[in-house]
Write a protein of this length. Structure first.
Length: 318
């Protein structure tokens, strides 16, 4: 076939019916000088490989980066501070994460999610090894000490009054609630899933307002609804356990009425809303806002205030 390639090409070039193509075709002399054997002997150029580095500005990329962070921490490494954690992520994405930018906010969220993923792996592995709750708690305490300070909150967290649950405290709450893989559990303000480290995703009713955190929950196998917990449709008396750490305090001067309780405290409202999904023989652990004061007299005065007295009386009478 090779001897005829040049003649075919020139025949087409000189064919009047191909006059419209002639301007884009090589000159006859150039074609005749081509070494066909040499051209055919050249190796094929490999197809360009796509950039496999995860992108911090996409939900999929943040999920991958969170898993990278989890693997780093499980491997016995630590982040001395948030800048060190961001440098770790910069190496993964191949670009910088300037402070004060949206990328920096994403990075902080990725680190927090990585801690939760690492905690879930630690708990599952320890359970398979038959380790005690005390051993698991100490391992999670070590994980907590290996993470950077994540106390800074962005404008969204501030507006929603959202606070993340430290992993050791989350495990204690899970143990107090008695959550196992067979427990049907509700977490109405789930965040990245810290309170669900012992829960089976298929047995969990999960809601999260923030879409990025909802994506992280999906990556762990949960099927979260995404929206305001006060507007969510939870199954009436449909769960064995409720474990939540809802936002604290007042939000934009809103008022809610739930089960006869009128309140301006978002944690009180979400607690009552979530407890409506609890079976009569179920159990709940609620991490809610308390007095900021440290002395006993000031704390006593706060707990005797009308809002807290009404909330705890409603709980008692329920």
């Amino acid at each position: 076939m090779k001897p005829y390639l040049v003649s075919w090409y020139l025949a087409v070039r000189n064919d009047p019916r191909a006059a419209g193509l002639k301007a884009d075709m090589d000159r006859a002399g150039d074609v005749e000088d081509v070494d066909i054997d040499a051209v055919l002997a050249q190796p094929e150029k490999p197809a360009p490989t796509p950039d496999t580095k995860p992108r911090i500005d996409t939900p999929e990329g943040r999920v991958q980066l969170a898993q990278d962070g989890a693997d780093h921490l499980i491997g016995g490494n630590r982040f001395a501070n948030i800048n060190e954690a961001r440098k770790f992520l910069e190496q993964r994405i191949g670009s910088q994460i300037p402070p004060g930018t949206q990328r920096a906010k994403y990075a902080d969220e990725v680190v927090e999610a990585g801690v939760v993923l690492a905690a879930r792996d630690i708990v599952q592995a320890a359970r398979k090894q038959g380790r005690s709750d005390d051993v698991i708690y100490k391992r999670l305490l070590g994980l907590y000490e290996a993470q950077p300070n994540l106390a800074v909150r962005d404008s969204t967290s501030l507006a929603n009054q959202a606070y993340s649950t430290p992993i050791p405290l989350a495990f204690v709450a899970s143990r107090l609630a008695g959550i196992t893989a067979n427990t049907r559990v509700l977490e109405s303000t789930a965040g990245n899933g810290a309170l669900l480290v012992e829960a089976a995703p298929g047995n969990a009713v999960v809601n999260e307002l923030n879409p990025d955190r909802a994506a992280m929950l999906q990556a762990q196998g949960f099927a979260p609804t995404t929206g305001d917990a006060m507007a969510a449709d939870f199954p009436a008396k449909g769960v064995d356990r409720v474990v939540i750490n809802p936002p604290f305090g007042k939000v934009n001067e809103k008022t809610w009425t739930v089960d006869g309780l009128e309140t301006r405290e978002i944690d009180h409202a979400i607690s009552m809303k979530s407890l409506a999904a609890l079976k009569d023989d179920g159990a709940a652990v609620l991490i809610i806002g308390g007095p900021m004061s440290l002395d006993d007299d000031s704390r006593q005065t706060t707990y005797r205030g009308a809002a807290k007295r009404a909330f705890f009386k409603t709980l008692y009478d329920a």
